[in-house]
Ligand binder design. Structure first.
Ligand SMILES: Nc1ncnc2c1ncn2[C@@H]1O[C@H](COP(=O)(O)OP(=O)(O)OP(=O)(O)O)[C@@H](O)[C@H]1O
Ligand SMILES: [Mg+2]
Length: 308
C-alpha cells in the first residue's frame, strides 16, 4: 500500500514536470483539446487544493466561493470534490449529480461526461466514495485516471476540495497542486491539526513546486487572524524550514450558515457580506501571485535548497 502511494506520487511529480515543461496542464496528450478550448499559447491550468487538519473548518465553503469569485474575474473554473466522506460540493449548489468520480475510476464514464454545470457559470466534479479506490488501483489504472484528469485542462483553475485529516490518500493530489491552501480557524484544536497536516506535507511531499498558503477562517478581526497566521508560519519556518504564505482571512459571518442552509454559496446569497468581501480579497491575492513554476527554475532551486 505504502509502495503504491509512493508510485502515485511519482506519477504526479512526473506529470507536474511535464506540465511545467509543456506550459500547460494538459501536457502533450491534451494539446488538441486545450487549443480548441482556447488554451493555446502556453496558458495553463492552475490547480489549487484546499485542505485542513480538523473537519468542519470551512474547506467546502472556501472552495466553492473562491471558485465563484474567480469566475467573476472571467476564469473558467472547475471545483472537484475529493472528499472521501460526505460529498458536499454538490449540496452547496442544491444539485444531485447522477454520476461521480467513482464512475470515472470504474471507467463507466469520462470526467467530461460527469462534469456538471452549476447555474452560476462554474462546473463541478462530484466526489462520493470514489477516491478511496485510488490507493487500490494498479499502476496502469492510475496512469489512465490521471490522464483522464488531464481532460479538465480547458479550465483556467481547478479547485480541489479535499477531506480533512492526514490519513486520506487524497493528499496525493497536493503533489500535483500549484497552490496548497491550508485552512484553519482560530480555535486551538484547529490550529494544532492544521500544523499536523503541514508537517505531513513537509515530510511526505516534494514541496519544491507547491505554494503552501494559509487561510484563517471564522476570524473576528484581521488582527486575530494575523496573530494565528504569524504563529503558524513562524513555527513552520523554524521547525520545518518550510515557507508558508499568509493568503488572508475570512470573517466569522452568520451569512455563511444562512447561505449553507439555503444551499446557495454565500457570495451569491449575500455578495456584500463580510465573508464575501473576504473571499474577494483572497482571490485577488492568489490572482496576483502566479504559480511557482512560472517564476522559472530559479525559484524551484531556491525552495529546494532552503529545505532541510
Ligand atoms: N466564515 C464563516 N462564518 C461563519 N460560519 C462558518 C464560516 N465558515 C464556515 N462556517 C460554518 O461551518 C460549517 C462547515 O463549513 P464547511 O462545510 O465549509 O467545512 P468543511 O471544512 O468543508 O467541513 P468537512 O470537513 O465536513 O468537509 C458551515 O456550514 C458553516 O455553518
Ligand atoms: Mg467539506
Amino acid at each position: 500500500m505504502e509502495d503504491q502511494a509512493e508510485k502515485l506520487r511519482e506519477i504526479m511529480r512526473q506529470k507536474k514536470l511535464n506540465m511545467a515543461a509543456s506550459g500547460m496542464a494538459g501536457g502533450h496528450a491534451d494539446s488538441k483539446t486545450a487549443a480548441a478550448d482556447g488554451h493555446a499559447g502556453g496558458k495553463r491550468t492552475r490547480i489549487i487544493t484546499v485542505t485542513s487538519g480538523k473537519g468542519g473548518v470551512g474547506k467546502t465553503n472556501l472552495s466553492v466561493n473562491m471558485a465563484l469569485a474567480f469566475a467573476r474575474l472571467g476564469k473558467k473554473v472547475v471545483v472537484m470534490d475529493a472528499d472521501l466522506g460526505l460529498a458536499n460540493v454538490n449540496v452547496m449548489f442544491n444539485m444531485i449529480p447522477k454520476y461521480n468520480l467513482y464512475h470515472v475510476i470504474k471507467k463507466q464514464k469520462t470526467i467530461r461526461e460527469i462534469l456538471a454545470e452549476t447555474e452560476y457559470g462554474i462546473s463541478i466534479v462530484a466526489g462520493a466514495s470514489g477516491f478511496s479506490q485510488i490507493a487500490n488501483m494498479g499502476e496502469q489504472e492510475r496512469h489512465e485516471f490521471i490522464n483522464e484528469l488531464d481532460t479538465l485542462s480547458f479550465a483556467d483553475i481547478i479547485i480541489i476540495d479535499t477531506s480533512a485529516g492526514v490519513s486520506s490518500n487524497v493528499l496525493d493530489f497536493i503533489a500535483a497542486a500549484d497552490d496548497a491552501v491550508i485552512i484553519t480557524t482560530p480555535e486551538p484544536t484547529a490550529i494544532t491539526d492544521a500544523y499536523g497536516i503541514i508537517k505531513i506535507i513537509a515530510m511526505e511531499y516534494d514541496t519544491i513546486n507547491i505554494g503552501l498558503k494559509l487561510v484563517v477562517n471564522r476570524a473576528r478581526s484581521a488582527a486575530e487572524a494575523k496573530n494565528v497566521a504569524d504563529r503558524m508560519i513562524n513555527i513552520a519556518g523554524h521547525f520545518l524550514n518550510l515557507k508558508i504564505d499568509y493568503l488572508g482571512f475570512i470573517y466569522d459571518d452568520l451569512a455563511v450558515a444562512n447561505a449553507v442552509r439555503q444551499q446557495k454559496p454565500f457570495v451569491i446569497f449575500e455578495p456584500k457580506c463580510k465573508a464575501s468581501v473576504s473571499i474577494q480579497h483572497l482571490v485577488e491575492r492568489i490572482n496576483k501571485n502566479k504559480p511557482i513554476e512560472s517564476d522559472g527554475i530559479g525559484a524551484i532551486f531556491r525552495k529546494l535548497f532552503t529545505r532541510t
